[in-house]
Design a protein around this ligand. Structure first.
Ligand SMILES: C[S@@+](CC[C@H](N)C(=O)[O-])C[C@H]1O[C@@H](n2cnc3c(N)ncnc32)[C@H](O)[C@@H]1O
Length: 336
């Protein structure tokens, strides 16, 4: 069987597969097919056996005469419905990361943190079986959830993937040879703390991409990249995806959208000993100028946050942190 799961993405529905059912109101239900099992709602039930062996894209009618459309979930569907420890990178951002960080088949990629494994799955798909994805995650419980999620999706442990439980700064040097990594993807609170080790691991010209939730993190990591002096001028952006409502003459943007997920910032590793060309523009004031009060500009509020490490917590940047009880429950449910 191919470890990228291609067999699991084709052909008739088989026992053990996850199938997404859509009812006539567009409501989604995900079931795992098991012989003899039934899927119940308050309006009748249907037999899993009616789906096992049917082609992808079939319809099935339940005991009360309601019809469901049955489809194999795409990766984007799967990551949005899989069990979570940490918040996931949404498919729109995962697509941007794969393309803009130029993740190619056969690439050697380092990723941290792993969280729930959503981004890892897109990276594994892009590097393929001939590539390598070295992922690092501080929390063992999150790493377990991510590995279980990926195993359920690929049908087996992906041969290109190694997950190390530990902090990237401490663990990376022991796991990769200096200058051997093609691409690095950081989705964490404080990516600026990892720039030194990432710089040593990356090959000259290698790409670093960071996904951060707030503008304050974006600014801090951009300044750290510039100060390090071994990176190209960073470029940053966000992507907004607005779905469209398509019904008769009512063809218009949907009323609801995800207004904000995160910012992306990329830079490339310069060759050893090379200093970046001088920037033509005079850089604006940074946090340190403001915090120290030096050369104070009356137009700049002094209350801007300083750069002390304790301030960068998930709560401080408005992230919802799952309780330990909840994470234990998710871990139990996916690892059995
Ligand atoms: C938002 S989550 C990552 C979500 C993941 N990209 C996904 O799509 O499912 C951020 C993770 O980074 C981990 N983390 C933060 N700093 C880290 C570090 N220095 N080394 C390793 N993991 C780190 C956290 O424990 C957390 O699980």
């Amino acid at each position: 069987m191919s470890a990228t799961g291609s067999e699991l993405r084709r052909g008739p529905f088989a026992e053990g597969e996850r199938v997404q059912l859509t009812d006539s109101k567009g409501r989604l239900h995900t079931i795992t097919l098991a012989p003899g099992k039934q899927f119940h709602t308050h309006r009748g039930y249907l037999q899993h056996d009616d789906l096992i062996g049917s082609p992808d894209g079939s319809t099935v009618t339940n005991t009360a005469g309601f019809q469901y459309l049955a489809l194999r979930p795409l990766l984007a569907d799967y990551v949005m419905s899989m069990p979570r420890g940490a918040a996931v990178v949404y498919p729109k951002d995962a697509g941007q990361i794969v393309t803009m960080a130029d993740i190619f088949p056969g690439a050697v990629v380092v990723e941290a943190g792993v969280g729930s494994g959503a981004l890892s799955m897109s990276l594994l798909r892009a590097v393929g079986e001939s590539g390598r994805l070295h992922s690092f995650e501080r929390r063992e419980d999150f790493a377990d959830i991510a590995m279980a999620n990926a195993r359920a999706y690929f049908g087996t442990d992906h041969p290109a993937w190694t997950v190390t439980v530990g902090d990237l700064v401490e663990s990376l040097p022991g796991h990769v040879e200096p200058g051997s990594v093609d691409r690095v993807v950081l989705d964490m609170l404080a990516p600026w703390e990892c720039l030194d080790v990432v710089g040593q691991a990356l090959t000259p010209g290698g790409v670093l991409i960071c996904y951060v939730a707030t503008a304050t993190q974006l600014s801090k990591v951009a300044e750290a990249m510039r100060d390090a002096g071994e990176w190209t001028e960073p470029s940053a952006w966000e992507s907004l995806v607005r779905g469209w409502h398509l019904e008769g003459l009512a063809v218009r943007p949907q009323h609801r959208m995800h207004g904000h997920t995160g910012f992306l910032i990329t830079t490339r590793r310069l060759a050893p000993g090379v200093t970046p060309p001088l920037r033509k523009r005079r850089p604006g004031k940074g946090y340190d100028d403001v915090a120290s009060g030096a050369d104070a500009d009356p137009g700049v509020p002094e209350a801007l946050p300083g750069a002390s490490a304790e301030e960068w917590t998930p709560e401080a940047i408005g992230e919802r942190v799952p309780s330990d009880k909840r994470v234990r429950k998710v871990r139990r449910s996916v690892t059995g």
